[in-house]
Design a protein around this ligand. Structure first.
Ligand SMILES: Cc1cc2nc3c(=O)[nH]c(=O)nc-3n(C[C@H](O)[C@H](O)[C@H](O)COP(=O)(O)OP(=O)(O)OC[C@H]3O[C@@H](n4cnc5c(N)ncnc54)[C@H](O)[C@@H]3O)c2cc1C
Length: 384
């Protein structure tokens, strides 16, 4: 492709997470000049695992990245849901989706980061840099960087995550919606788990464990809690083990294999429900635009789809208004649907009442297996 003339001044990407790095690699592929500003001074170790569902992998194939990942990831056959005592409730059969939609992968986030970074290897990256102000000047946007320098761009993309500074610069203070629960993630060395992926539902808590390779298991532990509750390093492992002490199956041995408090990564889980997602020549993608709860494992998938559609919109339109308008029109309904589904799944998964949880588990146990893959099939069948 020849870059549309309006993009000749280049693109500034703010944030080098999954969305920002994917966009940098995709623009590099189609010959659009871009640069990326990342707040961190160095790439911090990316500690946890991630599931890339069938739709995320479809984007990876589009950008020729799937192959690199498949070699270093675990192909998911299914996800078993049990109660806290490890009694079977239902199983989502992902292998069944494979012939039509391809595979879902579970992998270490560091593997994904490396693949995205290497696909963007020619893009200049300004580490330790943020954007202090943005000013639209008709034909471009002038950005003032935190190091005092300034430059003009045809388009600025805010890929700076849930607490996006670019969002604040263009829309002011946007309140986030707190889910009511917090999550600890960890990767442990273990080959003791039977199922390749399992989520266990307790009362007001859930525990998930997913193989990311033959020796390592990515775990997440979700608990109802007020936002911002401190979790100091001394006693952190002990407190987590205590919170999940009634959980059976693989949980006791997985938690026992934790050695250091900093193996745990904690996030209070928020959503971003603001619209619109762009103003003039500045657009938000990924969590900056539509952060969601991780209950469907779709946040990164939605970020990846954002980029695939944005690239198509840039290629097929000849003004920022047309490109960003077309992009937002194609993305909004799908993203909101996933955000809503994810929130509902999380709310039911976090129920606390003994009666409600017993009923939930009974209904889930009685649900036919095909119903568990229904949403995923719908998700994969829709044109992105
Ligand atoms: C517990 C949990 C589990 C999850 N599991 C899954 C899963 O299995 N599958 C899935 O698809 N999704 C999952 N997600 C969601 C997924 O992690 C996010 O949707 C995804 O990381 C969003 O990518 P992003 O690039 O938009 O934002 P981020 O990954 O947050 O990246 C933002 C980047 O911008 C940088 N930055 C921040 N502020 C600035 C600034 N002011 N200037 C410059 N740079 C800045 C940050 O340092 C970072 O590098 C999960 C999320 C959580 C919390």
């Amino acid at each position: 492709m020849t870059a549309p003339t309006w993009l000749e001044r280049g693109v500034l990407i703010v944030g080098g997470g999954i969305a920002g790095l994917t966009l940098a690699g995709a623009l590099q592929r189609i010959g659009v000049n871009c640069q990326l500003a990342e707040r961190s001074d160095t790439w911090a170790p990316v500690g946890a695992g991630i599931i890339l569902g069938v739709n995320a992998m479809a984007v990876m194939r589009r950008f020729d990245l799937a192959h690199d990942l498949e070699d270093q990831a675990w192909a998911l056959e299914g996800m078993t849901i049990t109660d806290a005592k490890n009694r079977h409730l239902i199983r989502t059969n992902l292998a069944e989706l494979r012939p039509r939609f391809g595979i879902s992968l579970a992998l270490h986030r560091a593997v994904l980061h490396e693949a995205l970074l290497s696909a963007a290897s020619d893009v200049p990256i300004r580490m330790g840099t943020t954007v202090d102000s943005l000013e639209e000047t008709g034909e471009s946007v002038r950005a003032r960087f935190s190091d005092g320098s300034e430059d003009s761009f045809a388009l600025v993309v805010g890929a700076d995550g849930l607490h996006s500074q670019i969002r604040s610069l263009i829309f002011g203070d946007v309140p986030l919606r707190y889910s009511g629960y917090t999550c600890w993630r960890m990767v442990v060395e273990s080959d003791e788990m039977e199922a390749s992926a399992q989520e266990m539902w307790g009362r007001g808590k859930r525990f998930g464990a997913v193989h990311i390779d033959a020796q390592r298991i990515y775990c997440f532990a979700v608990v109802n809690a007020e936002a911002g509750r401190p979790d100091p390093a001394p006693g952190r492992l002990q407190r987590l083990r205590q919170q999940f002490s009634e959980f059976a199956g693989p949980v006791p041995s997985l938690l026992a294999s934790l050695k250091e408090p900093d193996q745990l990564i904690q996030n209070d889980l928020y959503e971003v429900l603001h619209t619109p997602w762009y103003r003039g020549r500045v657009v938000l993608v990924g969590d900056a635009a539509h952060g969601m709860t991780p209950d469907m494992g779709q946040g990164a998938a939605m970020a990846l789809e954002d980029i695939a559609v944005l690239i198509e919109s840039l290629e097929t339109t000849d003004s920022p208004a047309d490109a960003l308008g077309a992009w937002a029109t194609r993305r909004t309904a799908r993203v909101r649907w996933i955000q809503n589904q994810s929130r509902r799944i999380g709310q039911v998964g976090q129920w606390e009442s003994r009666l409600a949880c017993a009923l939930r588990n009974q209904v889930t146990r009685a649900t036919p297996a095909w119903a568990a893959t229904r949403v995923l099939k719908a998700l994969a069948s829709q044109r992105v």
